[in-house]
Design a protein around this ligand. Structure first.
Ligand code: MG
Length: 270
């Protein structure tokens, strides 16, 4: 689940011990297993409520609990489900329900779980049946942007290098990045420092961006949210679902990773 940029700022980055990282790896593995189960179930006619149930079952069967369920947000009802299911021009935080997938839709599925007190968080976007090549390209660029961000997550880089790597990669394809929503530190809380924006403006500090040096044991979710059209988004009346303002298609891929002295470790793998 993406961060709205309104989490408590100034909280410290929590560096995880090897024992904590082992627990987070299991939390991430459970998220990835939920992804696999949903991916196998996505087809025309399936409802997003059914996908939610599939993910919740995987999470609970592995001794974890859904991290999004009951998640609080100011001015909104607590989050009511295990997954975010965001279709077509819905960017993030779509509420699962009776809506059935149709051939040619794209769907973003985001799952978080808490295992032994630690969070795993991950998302992907896929086509329902056949999708046009131009739409597949949007998905591929977004997934690749995630890997560009992961590749930049090495010492002695700072968060801003990760943000800039993603931004530069995506913008060269003519796509936009959602600016109000960011990746985030993950640990005992779903949203911790550091925030990991998918762009890095001039005058970042005045805009409230906090840059951090990467450190081994730092864990965060990278989650590019890429829009085929313009960057502006709006929230629907349900107070959760975020859509693109111009109605264009969008995609979202997310892994939770750990910084090491070498290559970053992807925690949300099966
Ligand atoms: Mg997230």
């Amino acid at each position: 689940m993406t961060n709205t940029g309104k989490m408590q700022r100034g909280t410290r980055v929590h560096i995880k011990t090897a024992e904590e990282l082992a627990i987070m790896r299991e939390a991430g593995r459970i998220v990835a297993l939920a992804h696999q189960a949903m991916r196998a179930a996505v087809k025309p006619g399936v409802t997003t409520a059914e996908l939610d149930k599939i993910a919740e079952t995987v999470v609970r069967d592995h001794g974890a609990i859904p991290a999004f369920l009951g998640y609080p947000k100011q001015g909104a009802p607590d989050y009511p489900a295990t997954i975010n299911a965001s279709i077509n021009n819905e960017l993030v935080h779509g509420l699962p329900g009776k809506r059935a997938l149709k051939e040619g839709d794209i769907i973003s599925l985001d799952v978080g779980c808490i295992y032994q007190g630690f969070v795993g968080d991950g998302a992907f976007t896929m086509g329902v049946g056949e999708i046009p090549a131009a739409v597949q390209r949007l998905l591929d660029v977004t997934e690749q942007a995630l890997h560009v961000g992961i590749k930049a997550s090495v010492l002695p880089n700072e968060v801003k290098h990760v943000s800039l790597a993603i931004q530069q990669y995506v913008e060269k394809f003519g796509y936009s990045l959602a600016r109000e929503y960011t990746g985030h530190g993950v640990g005992r809380h779903m949203h911790e420092e550091p925030q990991v924006p998918n762009w890095w403006p001039k005058g970042a500090r005045q805009r409230g961006f906090i840059n951090y040096k990467l450190e081994p044991g730092m864990t965060y979710a990278i989650e590019p949210m890429v829009i085929a059209g313009r960057a502006e988004t709006k929230e629907l009346d349900d107070k959760w679902t975020v859509v693109t303002r111009d109605g264009s298609l969008c995609a979202h891929f997310e892994h939770t990773i750990a910084i090491t002295t070498g290559e970053p470790m992807i925690l949300t793998l099966p």
